[in-house]
Ligand binder design. Structure first.
Ligand SMILES: NC(=O)c1ccc[n+]([C@@H]2O[C@H](COP(=O)([O-])OP(=O)(O)OC[C@H]3O[C@@H](n4cnc5c(N)ncnc54)[C@H](OP(=O)(O)O)[C@@H]3O)[C@@H](O)[C@H]2O)c1
Length: 278
């Protein structure tokens, strides 16, 4: 009997790379999911089972978990990966878009977790791997709402890890730094659409966009999706998976720097970065 791995958001990026890596492990039966199942043809060819899943839709969520449970008994490993960044300043970003982002990044993750837990508890084991972000440990300007969603994932993951440990369920949080996927383009697109070009934050938004583009195109600062997939595989297979995995050397330095510097000193560091990007 294999372990069923259910991954959200595998149409591209980290989710796709994780599915491709896990499908090579004979211990696993991988369920790769996406809103548009047409994007999953190559994952099906690689050996994954593919299902349609929009993590914001209850009918879709319940159907996917019921399908995996009917075929495999229980979900063995849930990888909550689906997510994106709704960027823009706190004042100008439309809250409808922010709510949609929270529906995906936070409530989608929370509800998928709620749906798989009864089966995992009954089985007496299971793993939940949440894809958070280094952005759950520090905040960049014009990203407050995205960071808020990832801070929420940090809190939920910490509570969950404690709550479900007595049932044999292990919980890990993956905190990637800058990863070269579709994420950067989506974030830049939402940032560009978040405010009028002549508004009070126009200069800040332009600088943030430039800074984002420069950082994602730097091989020193960013990494490919496979770097995160490798860490997800470790969290899915290690006897004692870690509570947190910061991914990329640059992210480790930044998280450490934020911990060492107080809020004011970190603001000063950011001002320097923004000045050089401007
Ligand atoms: N790339 C980075 O720099 C970075 C850094 C830290 C954390 N992360 C996190 O890593 C995760 C994966 O992002 P990525 O970098 O791989 O970006 P990506 O290539 O844009 O992938 C995001 C995935 O999420 C899916 N998704 C979005 N809304 C969904 C919904 N309602 N239901 C189901 N799937 C949905 C997308 O599907 P569609 O194709 O249907 O849109 C896509 O498959 C996210 O949680 C992100 O916050 C990324």
């Amino acid at each position: 009997m294999t372990t069923a791995v259910l991954i959200t958001g595998t149409s591209s990026g980290i989710g796709r790379a994780a599915a491709l890596s896990l499908v090579r492990n004979p211990e696993f039966t991988v369920y790769a999911t996406a809103r548009r199942p047409g994007t999953l043809t190559d994952l099906a060819e690689a050996g994954a089972r593919t299902l349609a899943l929009d993590v914001t839709d209850e009918t879709s969520r319940a159907k996917v978990v019921a399908t995996v449970e009917a075929e495999q008994g229980a979900v063995g490993v849930l990888i909550n990966n689906a997510g994106y960044g709704e960027y823009g300043t706190v004042e100008e970003t439309g809250l409808d878009g922010v709510r949609r982002q929270f529906e995906t990044n936070v409530f989608g993750l929370a509800r998928m977790t709620q749906l798989v837990l009864p089966g995992m508890r009954e089985a007496g084991h299971g793993r939940i791997i949440n894809v958070g972000s280094m952005g759950g440990r520090l905040v960049f300007p014009a990203g407050g709402y995205y960071h808020a969603s990832k801070y929420a994932v940090e809190a939920l993951t910490d509570a969950l890890r404690f709550e479900v440990a007595p049932f044999g369920i292990k919980v890990s949080l993956i905190e990637p730094g800058l990863i070269r996927t579709g994420f950067g383009d989506t974030a830049a697109h939402t940032l560009a659409g978040s405010a009028a070009p002549s508004g009070p934050y126009a200069q800040l938004n332009t600088t943030a966009e430039r800074q984002m583009a420069q950082s994602y195109s730097s091989k020193r600062l960013s990494a490919p999706a496979e770097a995160v997939a490798k860490v997800i595989e470790h969290a899915a297979t290690a006897t004692r998976p870690r509570a947190r995995y910061v991914v990329t050397p640059a992210a480790k330095v930044l998280v450490h720097t934020r911990r060492l510097l107080g809020a004011r000193a970190f603001d000063a560091y950011l001002r320097m970065q923004f000045r050089s990007a401007a």
